[in-house]
Design a protein around this ligand. Structure first.
Ligand SMILES: C/C=C/C(=O)SCCNC(=O)CCNC(=O)[C@H](O)C(C)(C)COP(=O)(O)OP(=O)(O)OC[C@H]1O[C@@H](n2cnc3c(N)ncnc32)[C@H](O)[C@@H]1OP(=O)(O)O
Ligand SMILES: NC(=O)C1=CN([C@@H]2O[C@H](COP(=O)(O)OP(=O)(O)OC[C@H]3O[C@@H](n4cnc5c(N)ncnc54)[C@H](OP(=O)(O)O)[C@@H]3O)[C@@H](O)[C@H]2O)C=CC1
Length: 445
């Protein structure tokens, strides 16, 4: 592994040098273990502790197949899907690996008693499989997390609609929280040159998801002037949704849970901010009963902030806890776009407010190939910035996932894999200098 790292750090290493580097037989990776899927039996979701289920293991290098690439991972980031994997909710991700393993001889590789997790990476291509021409050993890359087989016409227009659509590092093995990752070469995109490894690894999954959910015509198709209600506006998804709203001439109404998070949203340029803790919204009277008076109080607060207008687009992901309120505060003809259900997936809302006011609910999931590319292009052009706050070592990934599980983090949490320290890998210092304040906005808060 040292030879690989030396090659990456030397400016003189050629593509041929990379191609000639011997690959290690094994590497270090963050895993969950199949024989531990019942370990949290009887505990509440909150009590399940990723520090107990995430392991740093030495694993064998997987065989490289056609259309694939092995990438030396310099840095990765924690996504909430890794939290779900680590607490084995809502289902154990081994069920995904088993199903994938049944598809073909090649996909059998994924069905193992351990799952190497992680759905983001920034690093360097080490080897490409047969049929890969666009990428060479030595290319500096980020990887998006859409894995598709593309054998069915269902996915030929919008690759997210492929019947064999999977999220790499969640529904496949050999993810990015490791020293080496296996990806399909179609997942690769150029690493933005003005960012360090850990900064480049931070936006991928959430930036692409927010782009489809909010900006793309496959999602809400946001336009200038739209009032966009953004739950968790300084969190993983929300910190990108807020940037898209501001950059696209919309009006974000940012919901957060502390003064500090409100300040971050203000520093991004948002003006309309609701601190859900300080204002004490209780959308549920008890576990089974919502409180429409609270929806109305929330709606009145939004009207105060918008000069009397209601919401054109709700950027939803908390789910059960907030969904009734989200449907209520949307304007006639408006859109609620949802990609998750962190607080519970059995939603309840008053359907009269949906049909009588001609509102629409749109389900959105990650991003297709093109959307992921467009989202990365905006990062590369310095239009949208990483929201990296804290960076952990690979050994401390359990703690990093715990922070995200317990909502102790801001923006995105990074993980150094092969990179020995933060700040490495910047190739365009001039461009970086131009955007330095924005790049550092979330750091160490
Ligand atoms: C990028 C980051 C993203 C995120 O962070 S997202 C958040 C994390 N992700 C999650 O929480 C999602 C986790 N996934 C799940 O919970 C499950 O993954 C799903 C609930 C989404 C799906 O469950 P499943 O068991 O895979 O699907 P089924 O459709 O309930 O069961 C499969 C069997 O049911 C049959 N079936 C499907 N549709 C129908 C139908 N309409 N009528 C009758 N049968 C149907 C199928 O064929 C198949 O059958 P056969 O088991 O025999 O193969
Ligand atoms: N389908 C897809 O493609 C994707 C789905 N996801 C899913 O989206 C969800 C959020 O991911 P991500 O943004 O990265 O996570 P984060 O934890 O980084 O951010 C979510 C934010 O939502 C807010 N929030 C959490 N719970 C509640 C609640 N009960 N009521 C109101 N606000 C709440 C919190 O902000 P605050 O406390 O400030 O209000 C929190 O910081 C996860 O479930 C994840 O799995 C993520 C990416 C892609």
């Amino acid at each position: 592994m040292k030879e690989i790292l030396d090659a990456i750090q030397s400016p003189d290493t050629t593509s041929a040098d990379f191609a000639a580097l011997p690959l290690p037989e094994s590497y270090r990776a963050i895993t969950v273990h199949k024989d531990e899927t019942e370990m949290f039996e009887g505990l509440t979701t909150r009590e399940k502790d990723p520090r107990k289920s995430l392991h740093l293991d030495r694993v064998p290098l997987p065989e490289l197949g056609p259309g694939e690439a092995l990438v030396a991972v310099m840095a990765s980031s924690v996504n909430y899907n890794s939290v779900w994997t680590s607490i084995f909710e809502p289902v154990s991700t081994f069920s995904f690996l088993e199903r994938y393993g049944r598809l073909s001889e090649l996909t059998k590789r994924h069905d193992l008693p351990y799952h190497i997790i992680g759905s983001d990476l920034a690093g360097v291509v080490l080897r490409t499989g047969p049929g890969v021409n666009a990428w060479q050993p030595g290319d500096e890359v980020v990887a998006h997390c859409l894995s598709v087989e593309l054998e069915s016409s269902d996915g030929h227009n919008d690759t997210m609609l492929d019947p064999e659509q999977r999220i790499w590092g969640f529904e496949t093995n050999f993810g990015g929280l490791a020293e080496i990752a296996l990806v399909k070469s179609n997942q690769l995109m150029p690493k933005p040159g003005h960012l360090s490894w850990e900064e480049a690894a931070a936006p991928g999954l959430v930036n692409s998801t927010a782009y489809r959910q909010l900006v793309s015509r496959n999602g809400a198709g946001m336009k200038q002037g739209d009032n966009v209600l953004i739950w968790g506006a300084s969190g993983g998804l929300g910190s990108y949704a807020t940037q898209f709203a501001l950059a696209g001439g919309a009006n974000p109404i940012c919901v957060v849970s502390s003064d500090q998070k409100a300040d971050i949203c203000r520093s991004m340029g948002a003006e309309a901010i609701i601190d859900r803790n300080a204002e004490g919204y209780k959308f549920w009277k008890d576990e089974h009963t919502q409180d429409p008076k609270e929806w109305k109080r929330f709606g009145k607060r939004i009207r105060e902030l918008t000069g009397g207008e209601d919401i054109d687009i709700v950027f939803e992901h908390p789910g059960r806890e907030t969904f009734g309120a989200s449907v209520y505060v949307t304007r006639k003809g408006g859109t609620i776009t949802t990609c998750a259900s962190t607080s519970g997936y059995m939603h309840e809302y008053d359907n009269r407010y949906l049909w009588m006011s001609l509102k629409r609910i749109i389900g959105s999931h990650f991003a297709n190939y093109r959307e992921a590319w467009e989202a990365n292009r905006l990062i590369a052009k310095g239009k949208i910035h990483p929201t990296l706050s804290k960076v952990y070592s690979l050994e401390d990934t359990g703690q990093a996932a715990y922070d995200v599980h317990r909502n102790l983090h801001q923006g995105k949490v990074g993980v150094l894999c092969l990179a020995p320290e933060e700040g490495m890998g910047v190739r365009d210092p001039e461009m970086r200098a131009e955007h330095l304040d924005a790049i550092n906005r979330f750091r160490n808060i």
